[in-house]
Design a protein around this ligand. Structure first.
Ligand code: NAP
Length: 436
């Protein structure tokens, strides 16, 4: 028997479990440990609440979770309830599938002013993550600035711009919906430090901005490269740039009944967040591209008013004491997922925050091949029974997958008509929902 512990129940964790089941059949026991009582990580707390079709992939993880040799150990905090070293003693392989839940910091003067949020916090807020449910972002101003030209920037801009009707089939947290509907936002500026050909936005997500009820995107035609240059782009990127060209051609008459504007400000790098005691604006420097397509400042600056700033500039995996870490890239130091003997990483914790949810599948399968090479038939470790004994001794009660199913049912039962669920946003309420 092989014993595998996977820390983190997001896509990378479940694909790794699925791969281990396929590789080892009945000869493996897999425990998926998560700090929260709810499984699926980024699917629940990262994927936008109005992108329900993407969340449907959780059905696949559910199948894995319900099979006999996989167990969900929710509400168990590694580092607090049990250490990595203890898990290594108990399991043949310990896999860190902890994702990249921390924001890359925007290292600028004023970045610590109230009203500046990283996307992990802001997205966590509207997605009902217990760590961020209390956030209370200032939405009373007319201007919001979103920093970054990736898909998360698009998510944040879209969520700020949507109407209540457009959230009808979403699972946005009730506290966020109430605040967004009372907000005064009229102008959302998306700052990109490079140009339209350097965006990290995918066509479907970008196209959505052109179909919003009360908002219209604006692109300055002068920022767009010669149309002929699009031919050199790969097809997905070409589609995205085509959307930007369409946005640049939107007639003014179309904007007349769109009270919210989403302004793409390209070649614009933030250099300071302005304000006394709260955010009042962003100082931006015009940029140009050097021969390697890196942005360089031109020295020309201007200020944009802002009451809210959300930085969507990527994420980092939090380091764990004693586990080798690559500070520059914000991920665990690893060779094909191997960190130390018996300790592995997968998904964003291994490669950094890139790719789609599906990218984690080959990652998980590849890692299991590595684990299979390393652990052979298993080393006669205590596995699950050992973890249970240790947690019982410490008075830690696991939230099982069956418990989660009760939480799930309770969330579905309390949803408003047409909405998939109303999430519990505190750990206490999640626990109460399954114990009751
Ligand atoms: P991302 O795709 O890496 O984009 C980060 C953006 O931030 C880039 O435009 C980058 O510009 C910019 N940036 C970085 N540092 C900056 C700085 N100091 N000042 C100004 N701009 C800065 O990251 P993400 O949007 O967080 O997305 C993470 C991953 O999740 C991506 O793989 C994304 O596709 C995926 N995702 C997918 C979906 C979806 O499929 N619906 C939704 C959300 C997220 P440079 O290029 O100049 O560095």
């Amino acid at each position: 028997m092989r014993h595998i512990a996977i820390i983190g129940s997001g896509p990378a964790g479940y694909y790794t479990a699925e791969a281990a089941q396929k590789a080892f059949g009945e000869e493996v026991r897999i425990d998926i440990v998560d700090r929260l009582p709810t499984p699926f990580g980024l699917i629940r707390f990262g994927v936008a609440p109005d992108h329900q079709s993407i969340k449907a992939v959780a059905r696949r993880y559910e199948k894995v979770a319900l099979s006999g040799n996989v167990r969900f150990c929710g509400h168990v905090s590694v580092g607090q309830d049990v250490s990595i070293a203890e898990l290594q003693d108990l399991y043949d392989a310990v896999v860190l599938a902890t994702g990249a839940p921390h924001d890359r910091p925007l290292d600028l003067p004023g970045a610590d002013l109230p009203g500046v949020y990283g996307s992990a916090a802001f997205v966590g807020w509207y997605n009902g993550h217990p760590d961020f449910a209390h956030l209370d972002p200032p939405l009373d101003g007319r201007h919001a600035v979103v920093v970054g030209n990736g898909n998360v920037a698009l998510d944040v801009a879209r969520i700020l711009a949507k109407t209540e009707a457009e959230f009808a089939a979403s699972d946005i947290a009730a506290h966020a919906l109430a605040m967004l509907m009372a907000a005064n936002t009229e102008a959302i500026t998306i700052l990109g430090r490079r140009g339209p050909h350097q965006i990290a936005m995918t066509p479907k997500e970008l196209g959505e901005l052109g179909r919003l009820e009360r908002a219209a995107p604006r692109v300055d035609p002068a920022d767009l490269p010669e149309a002929a240059a699009d031919a050199l782009l790969e097809p997905g990127m070409r589609k995205s740039v085509t959307s930007l060209r369409e946005f640049a051609a939107i007639p003014e008459a179309f904007r007349a009944d769109k009270p919210v504007e989403i302004d793409f400000d390209f070649f614009a790098s933030p250099v300071a967040i302005l304000g006394e005691g709260k955010v009042e604006g962003v100082r931006v420097e015009r940029t140009a591209l050097d021969a390697d397509l890196r942005s360089i400042g031109t020295g020309e600056t201007y200020d944009i008013p802002a009451r809210l700033v959300v930085t969507c500039i990527g994420y980092r995996t939090p380091p764990i004491e004693g586990v080798p870490y690559e500070h520059g890239r914000g991920r665990f130091a690893n060779d094909k997922g191997r960190i130390l003997p018996g300790l592995y990483c997968v998904g964003w914790a291994r490669r950094g925050p890139t790719g789609t949810i599906g990218t984690n599948r080959p990652d998980g399968y590849e890692l299991v091949e590595t684990i299979a090479e390393d652990i052979g038939d298993g080393g006669g470790k205590a596995g699950r029974a050992g973890l249970d004994a240790l947690l019982e001794e410490r008075g830690v009660r696991i939230v099982t997958f069956a418990d989660w199913q009760k939480i799930d049912e309770a969330e579905i039962a309390r949803a408003m008509k047409g909405r998939p669920r109303e999430k519990f946003v505190s750990v206490e309420d999640m626990i109460a929902a399954h114990r009751d």
